[in-house]
Design a protein around this ligand. Structure first.
Ligand code: NIG
Ligand code: FE
Length: 410
């Protein structure tokens, strides 16, 4: 067998990561306690990190044949983990965007058969090849923004073939597939319960072969708590980890349901009040915050500071989708996290690396940089890693290393 290739990233201004020893997900003060190594190196062996440390410790290593990458003037952070995206769609919603700019609300458009259902029509009209190409292209955009691991939901098919094609497209692009079979009630079903009868009988068995999690949109005009409980319970029995879209517009009990079911996460939370914050903080459920979506829809921001202060596990994600968050950039989300959610840069980085990896069940492998972890790194052209959040919309990604190889460089 040939030796694995070795890549040495050397002379980095800084390397920042959550410590490997920390218990995951990070919460409370631990969410702020990242390790920063000045004048650092990262040695990758094959797809894995072999060693990290200050340059002065490099001499003690038996290097052998190694490819070198000059990190002078650059800072390294862990490859970013986007734990909530909706990349499996065709068409766009630019007309709706223009209508919203003129004052129409997202909920009105949804109720009038636009919104999610207009993307369902466009997605159903496409082929598996078109969906594969679309997800691949979105994954490439995410990669250029520093995302080395992404979750991707179905939810714009809502029929058997298109839902399965969506999950296959996410898997083919290297993503972690989530079956969002309960995103909206498609027009051929008069009623949410009838639709769930169909989805659970006809789609779940095959979806469970591809997906790792299941998700439901708990909202007026989508699914209520009772329907969500039925859907997620069946999905959990089929081996899928429960997740929920909850409290985006109205507090309908999604947080309590998430806790009752032992969900991996409850996502959005723009409408969550003090009781929900307290309940989440006392639970094992991660609160996934999506400030790009709140910004894009001009909605209130979620109570991130209260959640973090109360000791909740928080993660950040883009919510990339054509309607409520047409945004692939976790660096932009980090800027929003610091300016709108009042998280510290350290908290923002932990939330879209190690804690996001935890939501995907991958924290043993990714979201941190250290020996034995996947060799996923983002190199920032900045003197201090906090420029990640500080430089709003900045073009500061110099290179992205995924599984020990340079996947993108400018
Ligand atoms: O997370 N809220 C529900 N689902 C998506 C938006 C989907 C869409 O508008 O197409 C979200 O915001
Ligand atoms: Fe979403």
């Amino acid at each position: 067998m040939s030796e694995p290739s070795r890549l040495l990233v050397r002379d980095l201004a800084q390397l920042v990561t959550a410590p490997l020893g920390a218990s995951v997900p990070l919460r409370g003060p631990a969410l702020r306690e990242l390790e920063v190594v000045e004048d650092a190196f990262v040695l990758c062996e094959g797809a894995t990190v072999a060693a990290t440390g200050p340059m002065r410790e490099l001499g003690a290593l038996e290097l052998g044949a190694v490819e070198e990458l000059d990190g002078s003037g650059l800072c390294a952070i862990p490859g970013l983990v986007d734990c909530h995206t909706h990349p499996a769609f065709l068409g766009d919603r630019v007309e709706e965007f223009a209508l919203r700019a003129g004052g129409a609300s997202y909920e009105e458009l949804h109720a009038a058969g636009g919104g999610i259902l207009s993307t369902v029509r466009a997605t159903r009209a496409g082929s598996q090849d078109e969906l594969n190409a679309a997800v691949r292209s979105h994954a490439d955009s995410m990669l250029r923004a520093g995302t080395t691991t992404f979750e991707g939901k179905s939810g714009y098919g809502l029929d058997r073939d298109t839902e399965l094609a969506s999950l296959e497209a996410v898997a083919a692009a290297g993503g972690v597939p989530t079956w969002l079979g309960a995103h909206a009630v498609p027009p051929e079903f008069g009623d949410a319960d009838d639709y769930l009868d169909f989805a659970l009988a006809e789609v779940l068995p095959a979806a469970a072969e591809v997906a790792v999690a299941a998700d439901v949109f708990v909202e007026e005009g989508a699914f209520d708590v009772k329907q969500a409980r039925r859907y997620l319970t069946a999905c959990r029995e089929a081996g899928l980890a429960p997740r929920l879209h909850g409290d985006q517009f109205n507090e309908l009990g999604a947080v309590e349901l998430a806790i009752e079911l032992g969900a991996r996460s409850v996502d959005h939370l723009e409408a969550t009040g003090d009781d929900g914050v307290r309940a989440l903080a006392a639970s094992e459920v991660t609160a996934v915050l999506l400030p790009a979506s709140a910004l894009f829809l001009d909605r209130p921001m979620p109570p991130a500071r209260a959640l973090a202060d109360a000791g909740a596990a928080v993660a950040l994600a883009t919510d990339f989708n054509p309607g409520s968050a047409f945004c692939e950039s976790l660096p932009l989300v980090c800027s929003l996290a610091c300016t709108q959610l009042h998280l510290a840069p350290t908290e923002a980085l932990a939330a879209c690396t190690v804690n996001a990896a935890h939501v995907l069940g991958l924290a043993e492998r990714c979201g941190r940089v250290g020996p034995g972890q996947d060799a996923d790194l983002v190199l920032l052209d900045a003197p201090d890693w906090r420029h990640l959040a500080y430089h709003l919309g900045g073009d500061l990604i110099a290179a992205v290393i995924r599984r020990g190889a340079v996947a993108w460089a400018r």
